[in-house]
Design a protein around this ligand. Sequence first.
Ligand code: ZN
Length: 505
Amino acid sequence: MGYIALYRKYRPDKFNDIIGQENITSILKNQIKNLKISHAYIFSGSRGTGKTSAAKVFARAINCLHPADGEPCNECEACRSILEGDTTDVVEMDAASNNSVENIRQIRNEVIYAATSVKYRVYIIDEVHMLTTSAFNALLKTLEEPPENVVFILATTEQHKIPVTILSRCLRFEFSKISEENIKRRIIYVLDEEKVKYETKAVEYIAKLADGALRDALSILDRCLSEKDEVLKLTKVEEIIGATSKDILEKLVEAILNKNSIEILNTIDLVVKRGKDLRQLIYSLTEEFLEILINVENKEESKKISNIIDELSKLDNEIRLSVKPTILIKSALIRISNSLIKDGQSISSSDNNFTNNKIDSLENEINKLFNIINNIKKEEKVSEIKELELQSDKSEKTINKDKLKLFKNYEDFKNIIVSKGKLKLFSTLAGATMFLSDENVVIITSNEFAYKMLSIEEQKDTIANILKSEYSIDIPVIIKLKKQVIENKLEKTLKDSSTEYTNLD
Ligand SMILES: [Zn+2]
């Protein structure tokens, strides 16, 4: 038998196995127990929260010959035929690839006939928001005259894209993100089943990375276990994810805040020696400072931390272009750290530990670094010039559409994101470039991790909602990875586009 992905292998068989959605599963079980089945359901919520799993359990439970407490037995003829995909009466359809009116018409033609092998004909339509308008209209007609013993379960990550006419005819359930604690418990369960020992820290880290999506947690776990190690270690997870370990980060944060330049240099050397990705380091460091920022109460202190975060954002952009990123990071972090003194901050006690000699030698080292940087800058001139040309080209274009007038600048936009407490989103926007037209907004990031985060519909929605509520700009948000952009020559397309784009950096 071939390898089965963990998230498939541990897909819940029963409602009671669906984690973190007890409110929903208990209502569904009650409906089944009391034989009060609705014709249409909407399961909405972010990815990996159990929508499709719940739909599949539901399809079996309402058809099960021996249901117990609203749960399917998974052993009777009906359950088996559904589990093994032997029946044509339970249909799972992905609206992302079957979104046309013909696809829905086919369903309308089918539902005239009663189910043949089981009691209820069930249609599970995934990503239902992808249906075309005419397909939605066709679906609406079916929902308006619901045939006997047909149940529709419409799953979506973007409920707001579903017409109200459809929504109003469905029983709606909103699946919430799964808590870190629940994800942790599930990972431990899977590890126990797989007979793999683990470090608690490793499990906690995966649970944090998963950000509410159990499927993502199990996918990460899958990757970590692929080398058949006997113990799941935190270092392994970090290696797989390419992150920098927490203690190194904390060391670096402390060194920056204490203006301990030697420690900064040593720590970066350590990171390089361990083969970590330096851009990931800056990203993690930004997150680390954001966490500090949340907990800072003193206004001056919070300004200081915000400045550091700003500098780190710029740094991310520079590293991308740099031939010698290690030196660039070293000098930048020392500069950031030193600028804290200039801001009138008192010199911390750790600096008193420096002898004059040490400071002298440090100054020498920093001067050397700056010299190297200047040389590198010459080498980088070509790419830099290209970049600058591109940017000035954009900024020459002005926003002439009235409805864009309210938009001030990218900084203002990011400040609003912070003021709304969306710190994760804020940090993922570090170093990104934003192009705005009256048709859409294109955000280009060079950080692959940030790209993945921003591409999550929920994050895009937050951006769209802020544009709408703060600037009255109601346009779609498009996220692009810089690498793709260069390959696709999208920047050129943006530039040449008949739409007026303005670079808002
Ligand atoms: Zn059964």
